[in-house]
Every structure is written in structure tokens, then in C-alpha cells.
Design a protein around this ligand. Sequence first.
Ligand SMILES: [Zn+2]
Length: 527
Amino acid sequence: MKKIEGKKEKSVKTKKVNKGVVIGATVAGIAVCAVAGYFGGNALRNNKINKQALNYINMDEKVSTIYCSGKNIKLSQEAYSMIKDEGLDLVVSNDKFIERIASENVEQKFDIVLNTTSNANFEEAYDISIGNAGVKELKIRLNSNKEYFSEFIGEEFITNKVVVEDGLANIQMKDDTTVYTLAYIVPKEIVLEDVKVNKGASKDIEMGIDKKDYTFGSVELKANTDTGIEIDGFKIKGIEVGEYILTAVMPNGNKEAKVMVEPSVEKIDLDKLSVELFRNDNTTINATFTPDNAVNKALEWKSTNEGIATVDENGTITGVAEGTCEIICTTKDEPKVSATAQVEVKARPYVSQVWSGPQVTGITYVNGIMLVNKTHPIPADYAPGLDPTAYDAFLKLRADAAAAGFDIQLLSGYRSYSLQSQLYTNYCNTYGQAAADTFSARPGTSEHQTGLAMDVGWIDDAYGDTPSGQWLAANCYKYGFILRYLQGKESITGYKYEPWHIRYVGPVAEDIYRSGLCLEEYLGVLN
Ligand SMILES: [Zn+2]
């Protein structure tokens, strides 16, 4: 590897290179990119001062690639000499191309493209200008074995970095004793825009660039308040709600902008701090805010365990499986404020509420619910007639259905043993017993004999697809009814889907409905 010891004498003397935040701002304004790569490019495109660039400079990190805007990069005389004398390569690129200029061609190249700068702050620097697209990247290749100077960190150079002096960003390489200035980047005049910041939140002040080749020595942010906002370099923090003036103090005229500190959420109160719910059930938590006029009321909701309960963007929690977890809501915008609710998802109770009618010997009841099916018959002499409670419930259902625009009439209610016997015999004669068994109960096994079952609406498979049938399916639980023979449960109930057959069970209907189970499954009687 070629040493560049000889250059040390020629190199720029190490200067004072730290000017605190002022340095950061200026360099950030010209969009410098560090190892991480791309933000400099973004800053370049957006013409905005960039937070990462600022951090990068302040952290004194290494430069591997330097992005700079437009035509405003100037190769220092030292670097120019170094490239020529030491046989280093220079790589210049823009969005369209990358050009590697071998040391022996640098002079020739620069004869064409370099002009001595007129900037008074330093002498004998050169504008690098390749075409109209401008320079995007500048790398110095140290020799033919090693690619770019950034790869020499730890060998030849300790630090490669960009600093600002006299209003110019210097792209520097530094070893133990000497700083080599490779190039200068000329920042332009800044633009300061009005900004809103939430009380308690911080915001980086971005400064745009609007004037080519304007050089300034320093920028400092000040405000017309000691208590309204806090300034830390180029970051401001809202302290008190109000409107203030932010000034970017520069040698050649200040820039002013308004800062609005807006009220922000200081506290979130939830209307439920502890939620118990069953699997598949849901409940919504509502939040209120202090102060009420906070501007950042938008919340993000999160479950600590989505396998137990999920939560949507409206704070609606759905039980997934038994267990406990927490639901946490947090303000989307700074300052971050959170509130937490405990959630316990419980197993759906076997029977939460039962309808307890009189129990009759010879009839199966499970937790008070009468069960009648092909394997659980009722005595032939059980003849209660239509249950008055069930009928009253039906009348209410019918009235509400009518109000909703649906005409749901009772087509068949109570059937005695002997009537069922006649029906069944007729069906057997017409369709054969096997077919009859799929839709007609054998005498003694019909729910209609209990006085609790009703055929309503329209006795047709298509009824379930009609608006009326859908209203019935979705609402009958409110009146204590369940759809007794569900689609997909034929092998359990023993009957095909009957969207018209409802069975009165009382208040437990809601629980059965929400479980999605048929009555046999719900009662755990599957034989
Ligand atoms: Zn029926």
C-alpha cells in the first residue's frame, strides 16, 4: 500500500473542528451519508436537513461514502495533490453514472471540469462538476489493492469524517497527527418552516436549502421563550401550550418561523380496567383523555397475547382462548402515553342460564334444558300443548320482525303424539321411511310434541338465504329461541338443515347461539 506520509507536510494543519450543534446542522444540510448508507440520498432528494446525518456528524462516526448535493462539492487542493502525487484514484458518481478517475487522468479530467473556486473562505479549491446531473458521491481510492479510503480505517487512518469549518463542510481523513481535507461541500441558505409540536414531544427541525452556494458560518436555533419550548441543537421539545417564535440565527440574516406547542394527552382513562369475557365474545373498551382538548388522541391497541384475546383499532376485545392477558393502548403520536386493561377469557360455561320448566318423568333434561331427539324420546302421553311462555316469546319475535319488515308467521307449533304419528306415516308412504327419517320425526321423538318448537316463516331450504330467514337466525336468540337444526350439524342432530324450525330454550338461547354449537353439542349429549 502506498503511504501518504509525504502528504502530511502539505496537508492542511489540523484545525479546530468542533463547533457543537452548529457543525451538525450545516453538515446535515448538505446531506452526508455514513456507513448505513441511504439517508444521505434521501436528504439530498428532499433537500432537507436530515436527523440521521446530524446524529452521524455529532457521533463523529466514520465516513464510507459521501453524498452531497448538486454541484457544490469542492475538491481540496490537498486532496487534488494527493491524488496526483500518490497515484490514488478518485471516484465521482451521480445518479446516472459512476466514474473512476485514475490518478494519471485526474489532472486531465480536472482541466476540463475543475474551476478554481471564487469562495473567499479557502484558496485553491476546485468545483467538481460532471455534466448537469451534479456530483452525488465522492470516493478516494488509495491504491490499486485497496478500494476506497473507508476501508483503510484502522490501518492508515484513524478517522474519516466530515466536519464544518468556516461555514464549509470538510470531508476529512485523519491519522494520529494530521487532518487531511479531501474536499469541501458548500452549504446553501436554509429555509425554516412553521412547525407544530405536541406538548411533551420532541421534534427535529428540518431546514431546507434554497440558494446555491450560499456560505454561512454557523446556525443556531433560538426561541422567544424560556418556558414554552426547549431547544437542544436542532431538536425542539414542547413544554407549554402556546405559540412561539423560533429563530435560526445566522451571520447573514436570521430566519424566523412559528412554533405551535399543542395540548397533548397526559393521561388515558379506560372505562374498563378489568374485563372478563367468554371465548368468541367481545367487548369494547372506551378511552377518555386528559386534557380533553389533546390533539394526539389516536390510539394504538395491542394485546400481550393474541392467542388469548385480540383487540382491534377501536378497542374491541375478542376472547380467543381461556387465559389472561393485557390490552394496552398507547397514543400513536408523541408523547407516548399508555393505559392497560386486564383481560380474562373464560371457558364458556356449560350452561350459564337455564330455562327451568317443570320436569317430567321419562323426558331427558340436561341442566334443566329438555332434550328431545331421535335417541331421547318423550312419552306418548306427554301432551302439554303449545307452551304459553314460548308462544308469548314468539309473538314478541313476530312483532319485532314485522317492525323490521319481515312477516314471520307461525306455521306449525304443538303437535300431539297422534298427529305426529299420522304425519310420519304419510311421509313414509310417500317418500319411504329412510327419506322420511331425515325430515320427519318418528312419533315420540318430535320436538313439536314438547310445545316448545315451532316452524315459522317459510318451510323451505331456501328460507335461510332470504332476508327474513337471516333475520330469524340472527335474532331469535333474543326471544329465547335457537335454530334447532343447523347447517353442518346434520350428523349430530339427525336432521337436515331446517332454517324454519325454532326451539324455545329461554335466556340460555343467547349463549347457545354465540357458541355456534347445536343443542346436542352444547349439552354434551352426542350419542
Ligand atoms: Zn319443525
